[in-house]
Design a protein around this ligand. Structure first.
Ligand code: HEM
Length: 148
């Protein structure tokens, strides 16, 4: 990712951060609409708290853009934990689509093709690390509390 792309991510995220609660709500509503199979994964979960965690996680990645390699182990752990949450490979595409849609709503006219491509690339990198780590979780670990 180029310095200009990183700056673009920071600038656009800064515009969405003040409306984080609304953005999180929009995001989950959209996710459940486009992929109803994700809804049961959040059974019994307080969605407001969950939305806060998601926004914090994105903020953490944005803040760490210059040293992404330092975040890799944390992102891998996150990916492994998601196996325990029942998250499967295909869910990542749905979450990516819901995230881009949410950013589009939040940014309005600032949502240009370049912004879209850069966010898609950033999500691809992060979710790619999570997916790869999840793929290496063995069936035995899957059913144990190790990844729960
Ligand atoms: C870049 C992608 C993602 C990020 C940054 C992310 C971030 C997080 C964070 C920070 C948590 C809090 C718990 C923890 O740290 O282990 C969490 C939990 C969770 N995430 Fe994700 N997530 C991502 C992708 C997904 C996908 C694709 C799904 C599938 C729909 C998903 C579903 C869940 C569920 C079900 C929980 C657990 C809720 C609970 O039981 O409390 N996440 N996620």
């Amino acid at each position: 990712m180029t310095p200009a792309q990183k700056q673009l991510l920071r600038d656009t995220w800064q515009q969405v951060a003040p409306i984080a609660d609304t953005a999180a709500e929009l995001f989950y509503n959209r996710l459940f609409e486009i992929d109803p199979s994700t809804r049961p994964l959040f059974k019994g979960v307080d969605m407001q708290t969950q939305g806060g965690k998601l926004m914090k996680a994105i903020t953490g990645v944005i803040q760490g853009l210059d040293h992404l390699e330092m975040l890799v182990p944390t992102i891998e752990d996150l990916g492994r934990r998601h196996v325990g949450y029942g998250v499967r490979e295909r869910h990542y595409d749905s979450v990516g689509a819901a995230l881009l849609w949410t950013l589009e709503q939040g940014l309005g006219p600032a949502w240009t093709p370049e912004v879209k491509a850069t966010w898609a690339e950033a999500y691809g990198v992060i979710s790619g690390i999570m997916r790869e780590a999840a793929r290496q979780v063995t069936p035995a670990e899957r059913s144990s509390e190790l990844v729960a």
